[in-house]
Write a protein that binds this ligand. Structure first.
Ligand SMILES: Nc1ncnc2c1ncn2[C@@H]1O[C@H](COP(=O)(O)OP(=O)(O)OP(=O)(O)O)[C@@H](O)[C@H]1O
Ligand SMILES: [Mg+2]
Length: 453
């Protein structure tokens, strides 16, 4: 069932039941008031008759005693003796009891009966003479008028309810069509987007008022935007990976060609080995990033002494730096953090090897580990090429490499090191900062939360 049908039904049924309830109340109230009124006048008539009524010695009621009594219209009077014989009747022709069933007991009673096709309200009063029970007085009134009023009232109420329900159904049907029109538009556009695979399309927001539908359209647009960026970065990622894979493969193939032609030589073998190493590193980095992004990678959590991690890294750094660059350990504090020692080591090594790689011969790299408030601060400062202001905002992106480092040499990287370092740092609740000036040098700072003592 469509939302429109459901809303229409709901409103109509709701209104119908409200009107029925209301109508029922009105009907009941009117009936109670009318019956009360009738009963009161019956009782008054009965009292007046009893005041006039005379009984003779033979225990017979005297019809003449009430002959002067003028009952109001539609009133029937009957007096029955104690042996259930009719003694007085007005109009005189009536021989049938107004309500025989009410002749029991010594209480006055109100009852309703149907006699000779007439609907009657009857008030029964037992009569008592000095010698005891002497008979029964019944005063009845024709309920024809009340029946007509009740019948008309019922018809009016039913007619009103049905017409109100029909009008409501019709109006709701029309109004919901207007109200739900934006949803139809959204559905239409969404279908077009998925049919055309065009994530760049958006639902025009200004068409909708500032309501729930407008919010839905806004949320939908946000989802589209996010999907667009995700798909975009996915595409770029695939292009980057293919590019990075092709270069080493070309070099390997070239070297194999040389070996085939001139036989095995050390240089070609070294070239192949170099490229295979690069590929291995690339695949490792990619796996790590993929795990990081899909959230399946879990980090070890243990107390790590950053000082001893750094000592390890410094050993590898001096191998990397060789004789051409000086790597200085300026300061090393004892700093304990909670984390994964292998990953933290990777961060340190990535930053130091960058500094070594992007600093020309005879340059200096200064490494520093200290505490700053509740954070451990690891910094690497070089006096190398620096990073241009255009590159600076992007260096933490996957596969982003600065201008000068784009040309392929056997030692050049993939542009993954910093994005991995950033991811690991942030996973440890820390942050990574960079400060750089072209031709002056670069400083990277890594903050990691210290273990509270
Ligand atoms: N200390 C630095 N001095 C100058 N430029 C730097 C420095 N560190 C990083 N960069 C610039 O930032 C870019 C990104 O660095 P990142 O470590 O992510 O990639 P990479 O070193 O090129 O490759 P990978 O680390 O994956 O082997 C580098 O290409 C370089 O242009
Ligand atoms: Mg690097």
């Amino acid at each position: 069932m469509s939302l429109r049908t459901r809303l229409t039904l709901l409103y109509t049924i709701l209104l119908g039941s409200m009107l029925l309830l209301f109508g029922g109340l009105v009907y009941g109230l009117v009936s109670v008031i009318m019956v009360n009124n009738i009963d009161q006048s019956l009782q008054t008539s009965s009292d007046e008759i009893i005041a006039l009524l005379k009984i003779n010695r033979g225990e017979q009621f005297d019809a003449r005693s009430i002959s002067t009594y003028e009952p109001s219209e539609n009133i029937y009077i009957q007096v029955w003796g104690s042996n259930h014989e009719l003694q007085i009747s007005r109009p005189t022709g009536w021989k049938v009891a107004l309500d025989q069933n009410a002749w029991v007991g010594s209480e006055t009673t109100f009852s309703t009966s149907t006699v000779n096709g007439l609907h009657l309200r009857v008030f029964t009063t037992p009569l008592v003479s000095m010698r005891g029970p002497a008979g029964i007085l019944q005063v009845g009134v024709d309920l024809g008028l009340m029946d007509i009023i009740q019948g008309t009232l019922t018809k009016i109420l039913i007619f009103l309810t049905i017409s109100a329900m029909l009008i409501t159904a019709w109006l709701t049907w029309l109004l919901t069509k207007r109200g739900l029109a934006p949803l139809t538009t959204i559905t239409h556009i969404a279908t077009q987007i998925s049919n055309a695979d065009d994530l760049a399309r958006r639902i025009p927001i200004n068409e909708f008022r500032n309501d729930e539908v407008g919010h839905l359209a806004l949320a939908f647009n946000k989802t589209l935007e996010r999907l667009e960026t995700l798909f975009g970065s996915q595409r770029r990622f695939l292009a980057d990976v293919s590019h990075e894979l092709r270069t080493p493969l070309t070099v390997i193939k070239g070297n194999i060609g040389i070996i085939r032609k001139f036989g095995v030589d050390e240089e070609s073998l070294a070239g192949i080995e170099n490229e295979v190493d690069r590929l291995t590193r690339l695949v490792g980095d990619l796996l790590l990033l993929n795990q990081a992004e899909s959230g399946v990678m879990s980090l070890d959590r243990m107390k790590v002494d950053l000082g001893s991690v750094l000592m390890d890294v410094m050993q590898q750094a001096s191998v990397l730096a060789g004789k051409k660059i000086k790597v200085k350990l300026v300061n090393i504090d004892q700093a304990i953090v909670n984390g994964d020692p292998d990953r933290i080591k990777q961060v340190f090594l990535n930053l130091i090897s960058n500094a070594i790689a992007y600093t020309p011969e005879k340059g200096t790299v200064e490494v520093n580990l200290c505490k700053e408030g509740s954070m451990a601060l690891f910094s690497v400062k070089d006096n190398g090429a620096g990073i241009s202001p255009e590159d600076l905002p992007h260096i933490f992106e996957r596969f982003y490499r600065g201008d000068k480092s784009r040309t392929h040499t056997p030692t050049s990287g993939f542009g993954l090191g910093l994005s991995i370092a950033k991811w690991i740092t942030e996973k440890h609740g820390g942050k990574i900062e960079v400060e750089s000036q072209l031709k002056q040098g670069t400083t990277f700072r890594v903050y990691l939360p210290l273990v509270e003592e």
